[in-house]
Ligand binder design. Structure first.
Ligand code: FAD
Length: 532
């Protein structure tokens, strides 16, 4: 029985639909024929694939909890192909189009039931997917990158080819430019530069009307800001212009352990408020379990196999969970080691972590930014990468974070989640309020990321149990009246979306009417039903 419940948790929108759906099926068939004919008429340069192998490969995502098969997979060669696909869907009664970046969504956001999935990676593989140029007269550089390019390729092209790099990243880089810009794109640089949505100066977008438009803060700015954090609702990002700056050679990567949450947050907030030059170049943090658990506990903190976590150094008052501030300092080969040491000492000297529980290692800049790759390889080797990932990401206001710690970290999650539990502060003023992203009202708010990595059931816990735990956490936040938002949000009803957007809902609806009036795009978000 348990095995049955577990199996059925995977939400398969194609399964179990029998006779009562025959009428729908035949309407779908009509749509499919119309769409295929329209695509043929358009004569796209890329490919369209209706085989079950292809449609099956995009019917799942990293979350592993949904299975939604499209009619076909379009591999666009350029933005004209993207526009052709959108126009072809518009010719039908209810077909939709989902851009799929690298399919790293958790809840089927890049899926389109019997619609078209645009495999944006096909454009990302284009030989000119990253073009670095110098801005007019101002000595600033930027990269024009395909919406389907992976950030790890952007990194390699910019650093190895030009010694330059974007300023704002995600922790993990096998994500596409269009995928993260449709959400926000957050990592330890965001406290200073804002999310990736604050670090883009121009976009090429194919709207839900099938039009290709160049936009920026000064040109078609309505579309520009709508698309950033727009959950794919207003257009498909086919190109983005990302400002670059000189890449450092090296990074000193440091972890500092705290027994008390209020000391951890005081130091983290102090660091993110400091001006450049007075703080680290990267600030994050995580919660871990106060025991010798190889995945959730002390060993997860050290940065080098030669380092050892000595629990005897912890104060007696330490509780069941501990906190780690993760910071990094950039430097160059020409910097004298003593200069780097004294800069580290100057910044670390102001912090109140547990004495002796400080770990550091020097790594190359690219190695630092690609640090999660190792975790991916490890998870792939032991099968956990392919297991379901019921992740939960939240933004929680500073005023609610201590209560969140007391209830969620210290009680609900006190045994860990089999993966990182990130918690670090961000500054609202670094987020552009003209974009479609919604965040808490307070200037300081925390990113919470519960990145669950457990083996598939029955080796690991039933995924339904983990989803229920996520719901319990959200319920707690709601019941206590927290100022919070889901990051990478996922809801089933428009009423819930309305609540999510709050006073930004009417702007979101207006943007939809302007740029995708038939609600063709990104149906997997379940915000707007398709209009005929
Ligand atoms: P997909 O999942 O394929 O698509 C996401 C949504 O964007 C869909 O609605 C899709 O239709 C739409 N979309 C995709 N491409 C385009 C486009 N070109 N134009 C318009 N809409 C588009 N996020 C962070 O902020 N910081 C992190 O550190 C971070 N780390 C992560 C680590 C892992 C291992 C995973 C799995 C996710 C992580 N994420 C992180 C979340 C990530 O930002 C989202 O999953 C995001 O959706 C990018 O993934 P993707 O490129 O695979 O997009």
């Amino acid at each position: 029985m348990i095995a049955y419940i577990e199996h059925s948790f995977v939400h398969d929108e194609g399964a179990g639909e029998t006779r009562q759906n025959d009428a729908v099926e035949s309407a779908d068939q009509n749509d499919a024929v119309l769409c295929q004919e329209a695509l043929e008429r358009e004569g796209i340069q890329g490919t369209v694939d209706y085989t079950s192998t292809s449609t099956g490969s995009v019917a799942k995502d990293f979350g592993g909890m949904n299975r939604v098969r499209p009619l076909g997979v379009v591999r666009p060669a350029n933005s004209s192909d993207v526009a052709a696909a959108v126009r072809a869907a518009a010719d039908t009664r209810d077909m939709t189009v989902a851009a799929r970046g690298n399919g790293h969504s958790i809840n089927g956001q890049a899926m389109a039931r019997r619609g078209l999935v645009l495999d944006m990676r096909a454009m990302g593989d284009h030989p000119f997917n990253v073009v670095v140029s110098e801005g007019d007269n101002d000595g600033h550089y930027y990269a024009d990158v395909s919406g389907g390019a992976l950030w790890e390729d952007v990194l390699k092209r910019c650093v190895l080819g030009h010694g330059l790099a974007p300023r704002s990243w995600t922790d993990y880089l096998a994500l596409t430019v269009g995928g993260t810009l449709s959400n926000a794109g957050v990592s330890g640089q965001a406290f200073r530069y804002g999310p990736q949505t604050s670090n883009v100066t121009e976009l090429e977008v194919v709207t839900g009307r099938g039009k290709t438009v160049i936009c920026s803060p000064s040109l078609n700015s309505d579309l520009f800001f709508a698309v950033l954090g727009g959950l794919g609702q207003f257009g498909v990002i086919t190109r983005a212009r990302i400002p670059l700056r000189k890449a450092p050679d090296m990074v000193r990567w440091i972890r500092l352990v705290y027994a008390e949450f209020d000391e951890f947050t005081r130091d983290a907030e102090f660091l993110v408020r400091q001006p450049e030059g007075e703080s680290f170049d990267y600030v994050e943090g995580f919660v871990f379990v106060n025991r010798d658990d190889p995945v959730n506990g002390w060993p997860s903190v050290t940065l080098d196999p030669n380092q050892c976590f000595d629990p005897d150094l912890l104060p007696r008052s330490s509780g069941e969970v501990l906190y780690c501030l993760e910071v990094a300092l950039h430097f160059n080969h020409y910097d004298h080691p003593s200069t780097v040491d004294s800069e580290e000492q100057r910044l670390v000297g102001r912090l109140r972590f547990v004495e002796g529980l400080r770990f550091s290692v020097d790594v190359g800049y690219m190695e630092f930014l690609l640090r999660v790759k190792k975790a991916e390889q490890h998870a792939k080797a032991n099968g956990i990468w392919e297991a379901p990932h019921p992740w939960l990401n939240l933004f929680v206001s500073k005023r609610n974070i201590a209560d969140f710690d007391r209830t969620v970290f210290k009680k609900i999650l006190k045994d860990g989640i089999g993966g990182p539990m990130l918690v670090y502060p961000l500054l609202r003023s670094r987020w552009d309020s003209r974009t479609s992203v919604v965040i808490p009202d307070e200037e300081i708010f925390y990113l919470i990321a519960l990145l669950r990595f457990t083996p598939a059931y029955p080796k690991g816990p039933p995924v339904g149990e983990l989803v229920a735990q996520n719901r319990e956490i959200i319920r707690h936040c709601t019941r206590k009246g927290y100022d919070f938002k889901l990051y990478l949000p996922h809801y089933q009803t428009q009423e819930e979306w309305k609540q999510h957007f709050g006073n930004q809902w009417s702007r979101f609806v207006e943007r939809k009417a302007m740029f995708d009036p038939m609600a063709i795009l990104a149906p997997g978000q379940k915000i707007f039903p398709r209009r005929s």
